[in-house]
Design a protein around this ligand. Structure first.
Ligand SMILES: [Zn+2]
Length: 320
């Protein structure tokens, strides 16, 4: 993406909102669902095969009331459905929308394994389709090339910017300690401990849209300066960004740039299931002129990945 690494030039139509407008973001709609650590951990346990309330509770060591609340939310957002007849134990199953979160988690796992894990990654993944151990890769479906933030152009539709809501939602959390919960070592959780905070996520998103400067973040996000300073510091400490005098702000590091793949998988999911009913929020245009879409594929056979085709081995003692 031009400018994402601080090296590109060119006009970025997606960079600055017109006065009184904000970004209509499929990614942030998605992070609203996934950002809550408990919510994500429940989805993860569902992928690991948990079905019943007591199972989620035991595997996550999660307070009962919190679990009830999150299961309710996950049903409302159409990610889990409850099945079971009266008198039977209720079970929770992932819907199609829920199962489609899987590629995003694989993208985050790849990132967490690469940048936030010392030594052996917590999970070894096996692709049943090609009978190989693999890790996920985020590539452009149309070309098979690994996604790169800096070689892609953005094309925005007419209604990309939406009027700034009158009563902009206040986000309760003004500080974020990135604490990790649950009972499994998990690369996805490690990544979410940084980007799972909505403000941090939005700042990172602005960097991918080519913004670097403190004032641009303030204008684009209507974020309080003290909150912004805290989030920039978090991203710096986590190694995602660094100060850049030349730009008068911050640029993404190699680590930060690598978070692009999982971030745009969220965009694709959000467009499909949450905000626009499958209509693109903006297009990625490859240097060849082709419109391209991100997908998670197997590093061995390059096939698309879905939960039903993947087995795993834990490189740790799994909670019973
Ligand atoms: Zn494969």
């Amino acid at each position: 993406m031009d400018g994402a690494s601080g090296s590109g030039g060119g006009v970025r139509p997606d960079r600055h909102p017109p006065q009184g407008y904000v970004r209509h973001s499929a990614e942030s709609a998605t992070i609203d669902i996934l950002a809550d650590t408990w919510t994500y951990l429940i989805i993860r346990e569902a992928f690991f095969g948990a079905r019943r309330f007591a199972e989620f509770q035991r595997k996550l060591n999660i307070p009962r009331a919190t679990l009830s609340n999150r299961l309710e939310r996950l049903q409302k957002s159409g990610i889990l459905k409850r099945i079971g007849k009266a008198g039977q134990h209720k079970q929770y199953r992932l819907t199609d929308r829920g199962r489609d979160v899987y590629p995003i988690t694989l993208g985050m796992m790849w990132f967490g394994d690469k940048w936030m894990c010392n030594g052996t990654p917590p999970l070894a993944l096996f692709h049943n389709t090609c009978r190989s151990w693999f890790s996920a890769r985020v590539v452009w479906r149309e070309t098979g090339e690994a996604v790169q933030a800096h070689d892609i152009r953005i094309r925005i539709p007419k209604d990309y910017w939406i009027p700034r809501p009158k009563n902009a939602r206040r986000h309760r959390r003004s500080t974020w300690d990135g604490s990790v919960q649950g009972r499994r070592p998990c690369s996805v959780e490690r990544m979410l401990s940084i980007v799972g905070d909505r403000w941090t996520f939005l700042v990172l998103q602005e960097l991918f849209h080519g913004n670097h400067r403190f004032d641009d973040f303030i204008n684009g996000l209507s974020i309080a300066p003290s909150v912004l300073s805290g989030r920039l510091l978090n991203l710096q400490r986590a190694g995602f960004i660094e100060k850049n005098e030349e730009l008068g702000g911050y640029n993404l590091t190699e680590t930060g740039l690598d978070s692009y793949g999982p971030m745009i998988l969220m965009k694709a999911w959000g467009e499909k299931w949450v905000v626009r009913g499958g209509r693109s929020n903006f297009d990625f245009v490859h240097p060849s002129g082709k419109v391209v879409t991100p997908v998670a594929v197997c590093s061995s056979c390059h096939g698309l990945l879905s939960a039903k085709d993947v087995s795993y081995v834990c490189n740790y003692v799994a909670p019973d």
